[in-house]
Design a protein around this ligand. Structure first.
Ligand SMILES: O=C(O)/C=C/C(=O)CC(=O)CC(=O)O
Ligand SMILES: [Ca+2]
Ligand SMILES: [Mg+2]
Length: 378
């Protein structure tokens, strides 16, 4: 049907006019009102966190119940999607962003560090990542104010302060943790599905001029912390069982704690659209590190997981130029502007631009995450 049939059933948080935000499941162009249908107060919460904290056995049980209700015509409270407002689906605990695409890491290495090897020596030994800012993860549709910060273009002797001139996107896939883990206890790759509840789309907005000046030696900071957008529907891992593929061959072989027996690469097709025109189609199957390896690495030092932790894959870029997941790559640092159907060209984002990332596996849709650029505050 629409990408939201019985084989998908993603969870989100919605409200009807005058009603409180509560948990819903998308079915076609309708939203199943879970609190009203199952008479379970877990789903009356304004976030998925209480349900996600209950763990995999409960997630499976509820998915079976919902499937039974929607296929067997049992009493269900459904609202037309057009009549509801969608909210942040869960409360983000900690937020981590990885860097798991070899193509993206190579492209950015070439542009940011033209005088050294594009991949740093650690890159094929561990999934490189950084901790982001969970408080600025925003729901799809939130306007993105152009950030202001320190900029130092090449050839300019000292930095100045002003609105970013190189505002960009990053097409990413997000993984949402349900079951927490104990401090001091690493989570092995084989326990990925016990902890991760589901998958969504992420746009890691990035101000390339701020980033290029600030990032050495501690990594991304204000160039990325102003906003990160999230899609409204969290697709359960169960809906993606058939999407699983092996990652590309990993050479050198990763250390034992990063080896995965069951493959958790995902054959998702993503798309990046600017003002309604698709400009790129990044293939998630090309990602070098799997989300199970990312989780094992994230906890290898004993760092604990909390319900609502979000970790993103890093920008998804495939091998061909029309598969790149950011404008800095698509326009090669602004040197090769994109031509748009209205005859205009684009390097980085302009005020008023609207960006939409969508994704799917077969007829299982991840929906979309969208955002429009608002002028800088003055
Ligand atoms: O190579 C760098 O210095 C930085 C690259 C990024 O902007 C990466 C980032 O946010 C991680 C990713 O999305 O892949
Ligand atoms: Ca990123
Ligand atoms: Mg961000």
């Amino acid at each position: 049907m629409t990408g939201f049939g019985l084989n998908n059933l993603p969870y989100g948080v919605f409200s009807t006019p005058g009603g409180a935000p509560r948990v819903g499941v998308r079915f076609g162009d309708q939203v199943l009102d879970l609190a009203a249908t199952l008479d379970d107060s877990t789903f009356a919460a304004p976030s998925l966190n209480p349900f996600m904290a209950q763990g995999r056995a409960r997630w499976t049980e509820v998915r079976e119940q919902i499937t039974g209700i929607l296929s067997g015509g049992r009493r269900a409270v459904l609202h037309p999607l057009a009549d509801v407002r969608l909210h942040m689906p869960f409360e983000v605990a900690d937020y981590v962003d990885f860097y798991a695409s070899e193509e993206h890491a190579t492209n950015l290495g070439r542009m940011f560090r033209p005088d050294s090897a594009p991949l740093l020596p650690n890159w094929k030994h561990l999934p490189v990542g950084y901790h982001g800012r969970s408080g600025t993860v925003v729901p799809s549709g939130t306007g993105i104010v152009r950030p202001t910060g320190q900029r130092k273009p090449p050839g300019q002797e000292s930095p100045d302060f002003g609105p970013s001139r190189r505002l960009d996107v990053e097409v990413e896939v997000g993984f949402v943790v349900g079951t927490p883990s104990a401090l001091g206890e690493p989570v092995p790759t084989g326990a990925f599905a016990d902890h991760v509840f589901g998958v969504c789309l992420v746009n890691d907005w990035s101000a390339r001029d701020i980033q290029a000046w600030e990032y050495v030696p501690l990594g991304p900071f204000l160039g990325k912390s102003f906003a990160t957008s999230l899609s409204p529907w969290i697709v359960p891992l169960d809906a993606l069982a058939e999407a699983r593929v092996r990652t590309p061959t990993q050479d050198p072989r990763p250390l034992p704690y990063l080896v995965e027996d069951d493959p958790w690469g995902l054959d998702l097709s993503l798309a990046l659209a600017l003002n309604g025109t698709t400009v790129s189609r990044p293939p998630y199957a090309s990602m070098y590190w799997s989300p199970a390896q990312m989780l094992a690495h994230l906890t290898a030092n004993g760092a604990s997981l909390r319900t609502g932790d979000l970790y993103a894959s890093g920008t998804v870029s495939g091998p061909s130029p029309d598969q790149r997941g950011s404008f800095i790559e698509l326009t090669w640092s602004g040197q090769e502007p994109l031509k748009l159907p209205d005859g205009s060209t684009r390097t980085f984002l302009e005020d008023g631009d609207e960006v939409t990332i969508s994704g799917s596996w077969g007829d299982v849709s991840l929906g979309e995450v969208t955002g429009r650029i608002l002028p800088a505050r003055r």
